[in-house]
Ligand binder design. Structure first.
Ligand code: SF4
Length: 338
């Protein structure tokens, strides 16, 4: 990747303040209007009246929140918060074109990233801890969120990349409905840590075009240690990624090589094989098939509380990375990106 998310965020802040979507950009409008242009699934569901029903079903879950796998039971509609520290009213940190994502998401116009504040997984080594743990960002109405999506389209972005969306799914669907009514036509990318409620993911069937899940750990004890007690993370993530694969399948691209639909799994290799890379690559090959797009990432670096945990207070060694790539090759992954 050309630059990390954190670098992107800070460059964005330095350049233009917190929210970065200026009005008007002909390139994006032309792309969306081009003959044979992509038509997203959410548009068909909206026309059928199905999207409104999905939104309603999702919104009801906020009353006793089980929107993600934490299942806190907080009444977010009444202002209560759970692990994600987010009531029904959401915060957004920034929105803008990002050029550090996978090539198929970036193209020439960039991936239209929206960074949501707070998080439901809360990893000790979080690269964006100011946003995800501390909750930096601004309260944003759902009309404003829709405006951000439309602004990214006008700027020529190829997709709406929803970063850390797991705790704000009902709000996202509402904003997509508003934006679709005003001309949004870009595919949605659900860029998640994968600690999701599978029932919620099922409600996104046909709404999300591209799933971009992390698969962070294969061991529950390690998941609990490094991600705020999420001991069932390996089983939860395996189930939700399998459901995502069922919905969208192998990654599809258009004639420019831009992703239009499908699954990209990210796996961050960690020191001492804490991420269980050998088991992860075998799981992908055995359960989903070797042709699934896997991005094996070498850029782990200690951040946030990782400096206080000796075993994750350093970067990968060359040997650790070499072994990870060997495991992936031995598993037979045929669509491996590093
Ligand atoms: S989204 Fe998840 S973490 Fe947040 S309150 Fe709901 S169940 Fe808890």
């Amino acid at each position: 990747m050309a630059s990390s998310r954190r670098e992107f965020v800070w460059q964005s802040l330095a350049a233009a303040g917190t929210v970065l979507v200026p009005p008007g950009c002909e390139a994006g409008r032309q792309a969306a209007d081009a003959p044979g242009a992509f038509e997203p699934g959410y548009l068909r569901l909206e026309q059928q009246g199905e999207l409104a029903q999905r939104e309603e079903a999702l919104w009801q879950r906020l009353g006793e929140c089980d929107i993600c796998a934490r299942g806190c039971g907080a009444n977010r509609l009444a202002g209560e918060t759970g692990v994600c520290s987010t009531p029904a009213r959401i915060k957004v940190y920034s929105a803008g074109p990002h050029f550090g994502e996978e090539r198929e998401l970036v193209g020439r116009g960039g991936s239209g990233t929206v960074f949501f504040s707070n998080c439901n997984l809360l990893c000790s080594f979080c690269q964006n801890w100011e946003i995800n743990h501390r909750g930096d960002g601004q309260h944003t109405s759902l009309g404003e969120l829709a405006d951000m999506m439309l602004g990214l389209q006008r700027r020529g972005c190829h997709n709406i990349n929803l970063v850390t969306p797991s705790h704000v799914v009902p709000q996202i669907v509402r904003a997509v409905r508003i934006a679709a009514g005003r001309g949004l036509r870009l595919p949605l990318v659900f860029n998640t840590g994968s600690y999701d409620n599978i029932e919620v993911i099922k409600l996104l069937d046909g709404i999300v075009d591209i799933y971009l899940p992390d698969f962070k750990y294969q061991d529950g004890e390690l998941a609990a240690k490094y991600s705020s007690g999420a001991a069932d993370y390996p089983e939860v993530a395996a189930a939700v990624i399998a459901e995502m694969h069922r919905q969208v399948g192998i990654l599809e691209t258009d004639d420019r090589g831009i992703a239009t639909r499908g699954l990209i799994i990210r796996h961050l290799v960690m020191p001492h094989n804490i991420a269980g890379t050998d088991r992860f690559v075998k799981w992908v090959a055995d359960e989903l098939g070797p042709e699934v797009y896997v991005n094996l990432m070498a850029q782990y670096r200690p951040e946030y509380k990782a400096f206080d945990m000796a075993e994750i207070s350093r970067r990968l060694t060359r040997e650790e990375w070499r072994r990870a790539v060997e495991w992936a090759a031995a598993a037979g992954l045929a669509n491996l990106h590093t």
